[in-house]
Design a binder for this molecule. Structure first.
Ligand code: ATP
Ligand code: MG
Length: 139
């Protein structure tokens, strides 16, 4: 059975565009409840740890530089079938391919600066949620 939690980040590009409120509204309107939330600046080391699965990819340096370039919002979101439904709501990695009505269609700039992160599996949703939040920080 699909899990009901996913982990999101509002990335530095979207924070700089003053889009935190607009993106949180799209998440709420999409049926997602906020279980935990933090406004923080990831160090380069923390960004490298979060994206360790992409270590061998050519864009790893660019990605971790970008993710540590300014503050982010990290949140755990709850909804039935959360991982799959949230990836539908955020749209394709490349905003040029993102469907109308998706968060990346509205707010992303490029494949690198694409406004939001969403977990890609229930297993990673749990790992990523634990990366940012203790049990006491979840409601
Ligand atoms: P995310 O994991 O952030 O939700 P995703 O699952 O859609 O995005 P991944 O393949 O996991 O995409 O890539 C992680 C992130 O790495 C992307 O969101 C993007 O910011 C960056 N990225 C991916 N491909 C490229 C690329 N070709 N050039 C630059 N950055 C890239
Ligand atoms: Mg991913």
């Amino acid at each position: 059975m699909a899990g009901n939690l996913t982990l999101t980040m509002i990335k530095p590009d979207a924070v700089k565009k003053n889009a935190i409120g607009g993106i949180l509204k799209m998440m709420n309107d999409g049926g997602f409840k906020i279980v935990a939330m933090k406004y923080m600046h990831l160090s380069k080391t923390k960004a490298e740890a979060f994206y360790a699965v992409h270590k061998e990819r050519p864009f790893y340096g660019e990605l971790t530089e970008f993710m540590s370039s300014g503050p982010i919002v990290a949140a755990i979101l709850e909804k039935d079938n959360a991982v799959e439904d949230f990836r539908k709501l955020i749209g394709a990695t490349n905003p040029a391919e993102a469907e109308d009505g998706t968060i990346r269609k509205v707010y992303a700039t490029s494949i690198g600066e694409n406004a939001v992160h969403g977990s890609d599996s229930d297993e990673n949703a749990q790992i990523e949620g634990d990366f940012f939040f203790s049990q006491q920080e979840r409601f």
